[in-house]
Design a protein around this ligand. Sequence first.
Ligand SMILES: *Cc1c(COP(=O)(O)O)cnc(C)c1O
Length: 350
Amino acid sequence: MEMIESTLHINVTAVQENWRALHAMSGSDVETGAVVKADGYGLGAARISLILRQAGVRSFFVAQMGEGVELRSALGDDCTIYILTGHLPGGAPNLKRSALTPILNSAEQFARHMSQCPDLPFALQLDTGMNRLGMEPREFASIRESAMRAGPVLVMSHLACAEEPGHGMNATQLNEFRLLTEGLQVRRSLSATGGILLGEGYHFDLTRPGIGMFGGLPFAAARPVISLDIPVIQHRIVKPGEAVGYGADWVADSTRNIATISAGYADGIFRHLGPGAVFYSGDRPCPVVGRISMDLITVDISDLEKTPESLQLLGPNCSVDQFAEAAGTIGHEVLTVLGSRYRKNYFKSD
Ligand SMILES: *Cc1c(COP(=O)(O)O)cnc(C)c1O
């Protein structure tokens, strides 16, 4: 008999279509890159990047140098790999060997880069109000002339509130970015997924979507990308008055058929979701009963005619963002937490 494993199904056609849709929104004279940090939002950076390159992506962004080194060996030479954390101490040999493009975040990083890798292309990140990463305006002013003489390939900043179109920070950061970069002979980038949706004024020369490619908000029109099936490993009839799970918290009020599935909070299914979380068998909802254990969850399948081989946590009936909302978090965290824990099945669809 074939062994049944928990499986995260990844629709690569949907990833490509979502990227193409974000590219179409970015505009025909704008380059659309792809952010594949945190192992491609948990879905496998190398595999996802190859899929995206096939769709036309030539600029990839990762957080750390080590991610960039791996991506370079997966992708070959014909694309740019940007490192969001920039040029950190000790980074020069790997940056050179893998031809990575650090996004310099401080005057100190700029000085380091100029002294250690003067021939290696670089980008700059400016802070326009998020106060997380990038040069403050005064710091930028102090190196502006020499930086422009050295010729960055890109100047970028990042929006703090792009998921909320009505938020005042968006216009404030846009103005600040314009003020800092107007007249410079350099390509500019400001927008991730949220910024693309804010409209043309935010797009500049290059956009950097991440979550939208993987079907997450704020790109509400995205095609869903992942589904997650978890095998049923046992089932039993529970009589009225019998309890299920740790703490004997849940007690049956009638005869119920309870399935035990092979995943738990150690697999990214947050303990505080249950009871209250719902799995699906096809279109049929099956509620979690009792507490979620480390690697087991008990689910009421009394409404089904027969015991299924597996139950679905994410899929047509429960999106990444519905799951995220129930868990009190965002799609980005759900993907990165779940993605690393399951066997992945990449498939193409129509
Ligand atoms: C993560 C990140 C992105 C992508 O953001 P999404 O919201 O996932 O589209 C773009 N730019 C920077 C600087 C980031 O850190």
